[in-house]
Design a binder for this molecule. Sequence first.
Ligand SMILES: *[C@@H]1O[C@H](CO)[C@@H](O)[C@H](O)[C@H]1NC(C)=O
Ligand SMILES: *[C@@H]1O[C@H](CO)[C@@H](O)[C@H](O)[C@H]1NC(C)=O
Ligand SMILES: *[C@@H]1O[C@H](CO)[C@@H](O)[C@H](O)[C@H]1NC(C)=O
Ligand SMILES: *[C@@H]1O[C@H](CO)[C@@H](O)[C@H](O)[C@H]1NC(C)=O
Ligand SMILES: *[C@@H]1O[C@H](CO)[C@@H](O)[C@H](O)[C@H]1NC(C)=O
Ligand SMILES: *[C@@H]1O[C@H](CO)[C@@H](O)[C@H](O)[C@H]1NC(C)=O
Ligand SMILES: *[C@@H]1O[C@H](CO)[C@@H](O)[C@H](O)[C@H]1NC(C)=O
Ligand SMILES: *[C@@H]1O[C@H](CO)[C@@H](O)[C@H](O)[C@H]1NC(C)=O
Ligand SMILES: *[C@@H]1O[C@H](CO)[C@@H](O)[C@H](O)[C@H]1NC(C)=O
Ligand SMILES: [Cu+2]
Length: 404
Amino acid sequence: MLILVLLIVGEWWKSDVEAVINEALKSGLAPNVSDAHTINGHPGPLTKCSSKSQGGFTLQVEAGKAYMLRIINAALNEELFFKVAGHELTVVEVDATYTKPFRTSSVLIAPGQTTNVLLNADQVSGKYLMAASTFMDSPIAIDNATATAMLHYSGMLGTSAVTLTKPPPKNATRVANNFNASLRSLNSNKYPAKVPLKIDHSLLFTVGLGINTCSTCSNGSRVVAAVNNVSFVMPSTALLQAHYFNISGVFTTDFPGNPPNKFNYTGIVPKNLQTMTGTRLYKLAYNATVQLVLQDTGVITPENHPIHLHGFNFFVVGRGLRNFNPNKDPKNFNLVDPVERNTVGVPSGGWTAIRFKADNPGVWFMHCHLEVHTTWGLKMAFVVDNGKGPKESLLPPPSDLPTC
Ligand SMILES: *[C@@H]1O[C@H](CO)[C@@H](O)[C@H](O)[C@H]1NC(C)=O
Ligand SMILES: *[C@@H]1O[C@H](CO)[C@@H](O)[C@H](O)[C@H]1NC(C)=O
Ligand SMILES: *[C@@H]1O[C@H](CO)[C@@H](O)[C@H](O)[C@H]1NC(C)=O
Ligand SMILES: *[C@@H]1O[C@H](CO)[C@@H](O)[C@H](O)[C@H]1NC(C)=O
Ligand SMILES: *[C@@H]1O[C@H](CO)[C@@H](O)[C@H](O)[C@H]1NC(C)=O
Ligand SMILES: *[C@@H]1O[C@H](CO)[C@@H](O)[C@H](O)[C@H]1NC(C)=O
Ligand SMILES: *[C@@H]1O[C@H](CO)[C@@H](O)[C@H](O)[C@H]1NC(C)=O
Ligand SMILES: *[C@@H]1O[C@H](CO)[C@@H](O)[C@H](O)[C@H]1NC(C)=O
Ligand SMILES: *[C@@H]1O[C@H](CO)[C@@H](O)[C@H](O)[C@H]1NC(C)=O
Ligand SMILES: [Cu+2]
C-alpha cells in the first residue's frame, strides 16, 4: 500500500506581497526577493526564520512502508531542487502524466509544476532532513534560503540524531539537466505517447527580457519581458469573452510566428533593447498540430524560463544550448517517448521544442511561470477555433457568470 503525502514548496516574504510588486512596478526594477522558502508552510528547522516552538513540517514514516510524495512548486519566482537525506526518490509522474520510473537523489521542480515521487522508508530509524533549495544558473538575485522539513521514523525518541543532506549548489546546471534528461513518458499500450508527427504550424518564439522607457517609473525606464519581442498587455475585457461574443478591438490575431527581427539570440545582444507592446494572439484551427521552439535570448542576461501552456499538455521533443538550428536539431528530436507535461523549463541560453495538438477550443494563455516575468509581459495567448459540432465547440458562459 502506498501512503500519499502532499508537499507544497513555496516562498515567503516578511512584507505584504502586494507592496513588494507595487514597489517594483513604481521603480521599474525587479521586485525584492523572498525572505524564505517553505515546505508545507514552514521554513523549517536550521533556517534563520525558524521559530523555536515549531520546528517545521514533520513527516512521520514507518520503516518498511512506501510513500508517494506529491510535490507542488507553489513558489512565485524560483525553480527548486528537492532532496531527502539518506533516501533515493523514484519519479513516476510529472504535471499529471505518468513517466517511466527513474531513481534520483534530487528532483528539480519549477513554479507551476507537479511531480510525484516514491520513497521507500528503507532505513531502520532516525530523522532525515528534507530540503528545498533554489536553482538559478544566471547572475540574478535570488532568495538562497533553503527550506527544510523532517522525515521522522516513528517509534524513535524526539532526540535521535538528524541525518543531514547537502542541497545541490544553486548553479548546478548539470544536476538540473540530468533530471530533465531522465524524464520520459510512459508510452505503454494503455498510456501511449500520441506525439504529433505531421506539423501544421512550425513556430519559433524568443523568450527573454528587454528595457522600455517609462515616464512614471523612478528609474526612467523599466525592465520588461517579451515573447517574439511583444510584451503582452492585459486587456480590460477578458480574452475568452471577446472571442466568444465577437467583441472587436480587444485583441488582434497577428502574433508573429517567428521573431520579427532575426539576431544571434544567445550571442551579442542588439543595441536596442526595446520591445513592442500589444494584445496579440496566435490563431489555430481546431485539431491543428503545432511545433513550437522556445528560444531564450541573452538580452540583459540569459536566464531559464519555466513556460506554462494553458489548455493542453505538450510533448517536450528536444532541447539544447545556444541557438536552435532548424536544419540539424530536429534530427535529434525524441518523437517516441518524450515527456508530456504543461510547464517546461527553457534552459538559460538555450531552447526547448514542444509539440501539441490544438484540440481544445478557446483562448489559452502561454506564459513564463516566474511571476516577475509574466508581470513584465512574458506571455501571449493562442485562440483555438471551434471544430465540428457541439463536442468540439466552446460552451457558452454559465448563466450565473458575474457581470462585473
Ligand atoms: C525591499 O527591500 C528594500 C531593501 O532591503 C527595503 O528597503 C524595502 O522596504 C523592501 N520593500 C518592501 C515592500 O518590503
Ligand atoms: C545568500 O545570499 C546572501 C545575500 O545576498 C549572501 O550574503 C549569502 O552569502 C548567500 N549564501 C549562500 C550560501 O550563497
Ligand atoms: C557555481 O558557483 C560556485 C560559487 O560561486 C563556483 O565556484 C562554481 O565554479 C560554479 N559552478 C558552475 C558550474 O558554474
Ligand atoms: C535604470 O537607470 C539606469 C540609469 O539611467 C540605466 O542605466 C538602467 O538601464 C535602468 N535600468 C532599467 C532596468 O531600466
Ligand atoms: C460570432 O461569430 C461567429 C462567426 O461569424 C458566429 O458563428 C457566432 O454565432 C458569433 N457569436 C456570437 C455570440 O455572436
Ligand atoms: C552567436 O554568438 C555566439 C556567442 O558569441 C557565437 O559563438 C556564435 O558563433 C554566433 N553565431 C552566429 C551565427 O553568429
Ligand atoms: C522590438 O521592437 C522594438 C519596438 O518596435 C524595436 O525598436 C526593436 O528593434 C525590436 N527588437 C527586436 C529584436 O525585434
Ligand atoms: C531543465 O534544466 C535546465 C538547466 O539547463 C533548466 O534551466 C530548466 O528550467 C529545466 N527544465 C524544467 C525544470 O522543466
Ligand atoms: C479532430 O480530430 C478528431 C480525432 O482525430 C476527429 O474525430 C475530428 O473529426 C477532428 N475534427 C476536426 C474539425 O478536424
Ligand atoms: Cu521567465
